[in-house]
Design a protein around this ligand. Structure first.
Ligand code: DGJ
Length: 727
């Protein structure tokens, strides 16, 4: 619900459990007056206490009022150069060389439904109550206007934001920073939560007290990155998994980003989130506009767990698209860890044949099927089938797999080129490369310049031709290096600061083509595992390979950290062989399946190398996942322990109507003479009884009194299914 109070000049956005308010003040500055638990109403600007603060200057039109300063007013969208010394949202180089922007309210409008952003991913409003607020601000001196867009998705306590900056003047100007969202808080005493990590250790939660100064997380790698994720949350100091306030923001974007939190001199807090200003300079001719990616905000008064569940539902239902978003995805087997580049059609068939016998439904052929791709030094860019490996091309292989009763899927890495490829030999200038400098390699490959229409055309034509050449139901879209040497032949020197963002727009354009022309295709995102695991990609691909680290024990942490924002339905998760290729750890097959079943569930090994008894166990795992998939993919997710500090990791999936649940736990650290673990479940109906492990317990007993876990061996897993019994 969006309400305009003309008398108070307030605009209030209300979701199921939160309120958000802004106010046009007497100078036309758009103040931010409140974000938090839902309130009955009123003008919240009483919380702003103007003071005469030394060295906080006063706008000219404040007259003699020394208590009014942009440096101390909480703002909806902070400008720069005119007395607000905190984090700016907008910075521009104007035609006269100045860079001051003074944003004042012009008008606003309220509409039913949720806005969309052309060429950019965004949450949509189908099937739920959604409204859009547009507020126009203007800098009178330059004519620059800013449209602040707000989407209210009531059911998820979500408010989305975007910004359209227009050059309404008669001179060109260059934007050097455009944040997608800003949040001002009148007080401090908060913790900041971000998601850090590394390759094979993606999304490790980092929580620390916010101290005076600016704290940022971000990526300048051209992708959202393994190292930081486009997400931040401000928490009360006493916020826990199940209690306390969380204000969280995620960027619906897959490129460079910056998430910042500033604790000011007066212990106010400001959060900003948007495209990273590193090497960002976007020129607008008179009349032109720039649209910033969307930021999605969620407020939870019930701790981190509830925050996550709000994001999960919204992402699953109103960000992911296509027929697979809440459908059971085929249980797949991928040959990468089994064969790397060393395979033939016969080998793929033999993996598929055995997989089909245990009920696996999709055979995915990974890297190595095209050009001279027998190692990672060559071949990227040449999307012609390697007929030495696959005689007759993809079709005979795909059809023979279909004849086994399975679907066929394919790996691609469309954004890249190897120097040792026909494509590079023909078009060396199609790779991002700075004239006069040797190119920086990453995994021996260079990045194609997707800012150029002819390069996008080449990539799209080849991809389309490949997908039409055989019955292909699934694609894994990989991206195996960060961007460097960011320079494009297609733009003049003054516009090279547009390349990073234009690259991402180019990727999105091809992904959108794919979505439109192959609507039934199941797309899995990937970037050396989870290097581009973000809300932007989830708009095009309902699942993303979570990490190249398939060690089940490490995965517990990666899945735990990722689950702060992302739903299980988005997490590509496979059972792989032991000892694990990266960690050399051996984990029981049962445990590997329990862990992979907290994601999309599949296999990444050659089942022919398992014993007959193990293959039978795999068949049972596959059959079992078919009976619980809806809990994992559509249910609510509860973290029961902390994967980083507890000696065992436990979690639950609960159906929306709370009639069924799946509880999983893995012992990660064995103790001598162990302490007896007692597990308190979550998310059940305290007034109903549940059948668990052959016994009936009250939901209240299971949640408040807990259940003892067995003494168990290190890396052993237990899993319980719960069903509500009729009263
Ligand atoms: C990185 C991916 O994360 C792996 O799963 C695999 O597809 C390789 N690339 C192939 O090169």
């Amino acid at each position: 619900m969006i309400q305009w109070d003309k008398q108070q000049q307030t605009i209030t956005l209300t979701t199921r459990e939160s309120s958000y308010q802004m106010k046009v003040d007497h100078l036309g500055v758009l103040l931010h007056t409140y974000y938090g638990p839902r309130l009955r109403g009123g003008d919240l600007s009483y919380r702003i206490c103007p003071e005469d603060r030394g060295f906080s200057p006063n706008p000219y039109d404040a007259g003699k009022d020394r208590t009014y300063s942009l440096d101390t007013q909480p703002q909806e969208y902070s400008s720069s150069g005119l007395g607000d010394f905190r984090l700016p949202c907008l910075e521009a180089d104007l035609a006269d060389g100045s860079h001051a922007v003074d944003l004042r309210y012009v008008r606003h409008s309220i509409a039913d439904g949720k806005y969309a952003l052309e060429g950019l991913p965004a949450f949509y409003g189908d099937g739920i109550t959604a409204q859009t607020l547009t507020v126009e601000l203007r800098d009178a001196a330059s004519g620059l206007t800013v449209e602040l867009l707000y989407g209210v998705l009531e059911e998820y306590d979500m408010i989305t934001r975007s910004v359209v900056v227009k050059n309404g003047g008669n001179q060109p100007l260059t934007l050097t920073r455009v944040a997608s969202a800003c949040l001002d808080f009148p007080a401090g005493e908060h913790d900041l939560l971000t998601l850090g990590g590394a390759y094979a250790r993606e999304r490790e939660p980092v929580r620390a007290a916010l101290t005076q100064g600016i704290h940022t997380a971000g990526s300048i790698r051209g992708a959202s990155s393994h190292q930081q994720n486009p997400f931040l949350a401000l928490l009360n100091r006493d916020t826990t998994e199940d209690t306390g306030f969380c204000w969280a923001m995620a960027l619906v974007y897959s490129g460079n980003f910056q998430a910042s939190a500033e604790l000011t001199q007066f212990h106010e807090t400001r959060l900003t989130l948007g495209i990273h200003p590193f090497h960002f300079a976007w020129t607008l001719q008179p009349g032109e506009a720039f649209t910033a990616p969307e930021a999605a905000m969620v407020f939870s008064a019930r701790g981190l767990g509830h925050m996550s569940r709000l994001f999960h539902r919204a992402i699953r239902r109103n960000l992911c698209r296509g027929p697979w978003k809440e459908e059971r995805r085929p249980i797949l087997i991928n040959n990468w860890e089994a064969t790397l580049f060393d395979f033939t059609a016969e080998k793929i068939r033999s993996i598929a044949q055995t997989a089909s016998q245990v009920g696996i439904e999709l055979m995915v052929m990974d890297d190595g099927w095209f050009g001279q791709r027998n190692d990672d030094f060559r071949g990227l860019g040449d999307w012609n089938v390697n007929e030495e490996k696959l005689p007759g091309g993809l079709r005979p292989l795909a059809e023979s797999i279909q004849a086994m009763g399975m679907k066929f899927g394919l790996w691609v890495e469309p954004e890249m080129v190897n120097e040792d490829s026909d494509l590079y030999r023909a078009h060396p200038d199609w790779a991002l490369q700075i004239p006069g400098r040797p190119a920086t390699r990453g995994r021996y490959q260079l990045v194609l310049d997707l800012t150029r229409p002819e390069v996008r055309e080449y990539v799209w034509k080849n991809l389309r031709a490949t997908l039409r050449s055989a019955p292909i139901s699934y694609v894994k879209w990989d991206m195996n290096r960060s961007l460097t040497d960011v320079w494009s032949h297609s733009l003049p020197a003054a516009r090279q600061g547009e390349v990073y963002h234009r690259y991402v727009l180019g990727v999105y354009e091809i992904l959108e083509n794919l979505h439109r022309e192959f609507p039934d295709l199941l797309l899995e995102g990937c970037s050396g595992g989870g290097g581009r695991f973000d809300c932007g990609m989830l708009y095009y691909a309902p699942q993303i390979w979570l990490s190249d680290n398939t060690d089940a024990i490490d995965r517990l942490k990666i899945q735990y950290g990722s689950s702060l924002l992302y739903p299980c339905a988005a997490m590509g998760a496979h059972v792989s062989a032991v000892p694990n290729g990266l960690t050399h750890r051996s984990v029981p097959l049962h445990t590997r399946a329990v862990v992979a079943a907290a994601g999309t569930f599949g296999y990444e090994l050659d089942l022919n190398e398992l014993t007959a008894v193990e293959r039978e166990e795999v068949a049972q795992q596959v059959a079992h996942f078919r009976t619980v998939w809806d809990l994992v993919m559509k249910g609510d997710y509860y973290r029961l322990t902390d994967a980083f500090s507890d000696t065992f990791t436990a979690w639950m999936h609960v159906s929306e109507d709370r009639s069924r649940a799946l509880v999983s736990a893995v012992l990660t650290e064995r103790q001598a003479n162990p302490v007896r673990a007692l597990l308190r479940l979550k998310g059940l109906d305290p007034h109903r009884d549940y059948l668990m492990n052959g016994k009936v317990y009250g939901g209240d007993q299971l949640m408040y009194a807990g259940v003892p876990l067995p003494f168990w061996d290190e890396y052993q897993a237990v899993q319980y299914e719960l069903t509500a019994v009729a009263p």
